[in-house]
Design a protein around this ligand. Structure first.
Ligand code: PLP
Length: 401
């Protein structure tokens, strides 16, 4: 019997796509491969001149004075929390709608993450929710530019100034985004970017911190490499060509030159990658903005998103199925949907630390209704059309008429 195109694949119909479309993936070309191979044939394969070149290129791109590359975005966040001085009994305010690493970096230092609820429109941390949580223990605010849309930095930096707090921006989603005409990476005291393969550009694994603060820069360099220095101007003891000193407790979070070469080559394509993400996002918004069943992402007038993720919010009151069923139906149509994110404090590890359900009601209700659809530069127009067709097919099936 012929499989019907209208019948949901979940119930035995024919799926919209024959092959599975992931929600995100890298785009590596021949120039990237050559850049990596050139390094493999050179004298430096670990942290050498190409690392510094990559750091300079990222700093210049975002408009920051300094950049320090790390082995991952998570390592970079750990380093940022360390140089910000986060320690036991310190509180760090952050958002629950993020990847666990944003808050975990506080736990690595023995500090306490404090979750501020989100703005239901932008899905970013709400400045109004931050202020009442500030007390004498508060040391840092970790913002997240969720999906690539910058957090509200005018209000957040003003709050931080008023209370003497350091702002660390987890901008894993936001390379290329800007706020009030300023690039993300030049606003917070320290900004982290990730180069995981689903992010805007990749180094395999990798991350970076950008900053204008020379003290932070020096400490980040030290933390990344065992707290050891060979710089004669910083050495306290006897000097000699062989001499080095460990002055702080550090780790090995260095990025290799193999990765940095890939990053430099990828960075050349960033403007084209960003343009594709923007174009496909516009297409999605145009296709869904008049639907009563789904809410398209609101864009704040002050900000320009880098569109790392495209998230559809299900309007529960006009649908017969919940997010989980709609999610399953889209997966069966071979569309690689995802959920970003489970509010961090609902994870078992955080529950066992004593965080309670109900802490951030806006974040929890958002979580129940969101679906991330595929968005990456290597998608084709036909892929985008498939996603739109699959969402329309599934949503019209479950719509309450
Ligand atoms: C990807 C990501 C990280 C972690 O970066 P890695 O490079 O994978 O360690 C942290 N925060 C957010 C919001 C992310 O999306």
């Amino acid at each position: 019997m012929e499989k019907s195109k209208d019948k949901l694949a979940l119930y035995g119909g024919q799926p919209i796509r024959d092959s599975y479309l992931p929600y995100g993936r890298q785009w590596i070309d021949e120039a990237d491969i050559k850049a990596v191979v050139d390094i493999l044939k050179s004298d430096f394969i670990t942290t050498g001149p190409t690392n510094f070149e990559f750091e300079q290129a990222i700093a210049e791109y975002v408009g920051a004075k300094y950049a320090v590359a790390f082995s991952s975005g998570t390592a970079a966040l750990h380093a940022a929390c360390s140089v910000a001085g986060v320690a036991e009994n310190d509180e760090v305010i952050t958002t629950p709608i993020t990847f666990a690493a944003s808050a975990n970096s506080v736990l690595f230092m023995g500090g306490t993450p404090v979750f501020a609820d989100i703005d239901p429109q932008t899905y970013n941390i709400s400045p109004d929710a931050i202020e009442p949580l500030i007390n004498s223990k508060t040391k840092v605010i970790i913002t997240v530019d969720f999906t690539g849309q910058p957090a509200e930095y005018d209000a957040i930096m003003t709050l931080a100034d008023k209370h003497g707090l350091i702002v660390i921006d987890d901008a894993a989603h936001a390379l290329g985004a800007s706020y009030n005409g300023k690039k993300i990476g030049s606003i917070a005291d320290m900004t982290m970017f990730s180069f995981h393969p689903v992010k805007h550009i990749t180094t395999g694994e990798g991350g970076i911190i950008t900053t204008d603060n020379k003290k932070f820069y020096d400490r980040l360099i030290s933390f990344r490499s065992h707290g050891i220095t060979r710089d004669p101007s910083k050495i306290k003891g006897k000097t000699g060509p062989w001499y080095y000193e460990m002055q702080d407790l550090g780790v090995n979070y260095r990025m290799t030159d193999i990765q940095a070469a890939l990053g430099l080559s990828q960075l050349k394509k960033l403007p084209a990658f960003l343009a594709k993400r923007k174009e496909y996002s516009r297409k999605y918004t145009k296709a869904f903005e008049n639907s009563t069943e789904i809410v398209t992402p609101y864009q704040h007038h002050d900000s320009s998103s880098s569109w790392h993720l495209y998230i559809l919010r299900m309007n529960g009151s006009s649908l017969k199925a919940d997010r989980n069923e709609i999610f399953r139906a889209l997966q069966k149509e071979n569309v690689g949907v995802n959920v970003h994110y489970i509010p961090v404090y609902l994870h078992p590890y955080y529950q066992q630390l004593g965080y309670k359900k109900g802490l951030c009601p806006q974040a929890e209700s958002l979580f129940k209704e969101i679906i991330t659809v595929p968005l990456f530069p290597k998608m084709t127009d036909a892929d985008v059309d498939d996603v739109i067709a699959a969402v329309k097919k599934v949503i019209s099936y479950y719509a309450i008429d």
